[in-house]
Design a protein. Structure first.
Length: 150
């Protein structure tokens, strides 16, 4: 049973570990005194449309645009920013972890000033941002993991 859980974990890391981000621009059509409304109003409109139409992950649907229009926002543009995968599975079965973690709460990443910083557990070679390549080993009949530094 343990083997299936471990294998499933690595398949998830290698296949579904992307953190793509959809950036959407809206224009506030209701401008009291010529000023746009507070951010809390736009966040409430987004939350309402997320609940009624559904969260938009890769593009903005016409139904979502219509929902936002009823709240006083006109769709301007959207672009999807792809990120590097957290880990990739190599042809020999080993897993190489990305050297720069897209997740700001764990691993090594570059901050807004261009400096490298670590968050959470950077001594662990099997985390995002470690850059290590890890593979299964068999040591006298006992299964284990071995990781090589970048």
């Amino acid at each position: 049973m343990k083997r299936f859980v471990i294998a499933g974990f690595f398949v998830l890391c290698a296949a579904a570990a992307h953190a793509d981000q959809l950036y959407v621009n809206w224009y506030d059509t209701i401008r009291p005194n010529g000023q746009k409304r507070p951010d809390a109003v736009s966040k409430a409109a987004l939350a309402y449309c997320d609940r009624t139409v559904g969260v938009q992950y890769t593009s903005v649907s016409p139904a979502y645009q219509a929902c936002m229009a009823t709240r006083g926002y006109r769709f301007v543009s959207a672009h999807l920013e792809k990120s590097a995968p957290i880990a990739t599975r190599n042809s020999n079965g080993s897993v190489t972890y990305n050297k720069d973690s897209p997740d700001r709460s764990v691993g090594w990443h570059t901050d807004s000033f261009g400096l490298r910083e670590c968050t959470y557990d950077c001594d662990n070679p099997e985390i995002p941002g470690s850059g290590y390549t890890c593979h299964d080993i068999d040591f006298f009949g006992m299964r284990g993991r071995e990781c090589d530094s970048p």
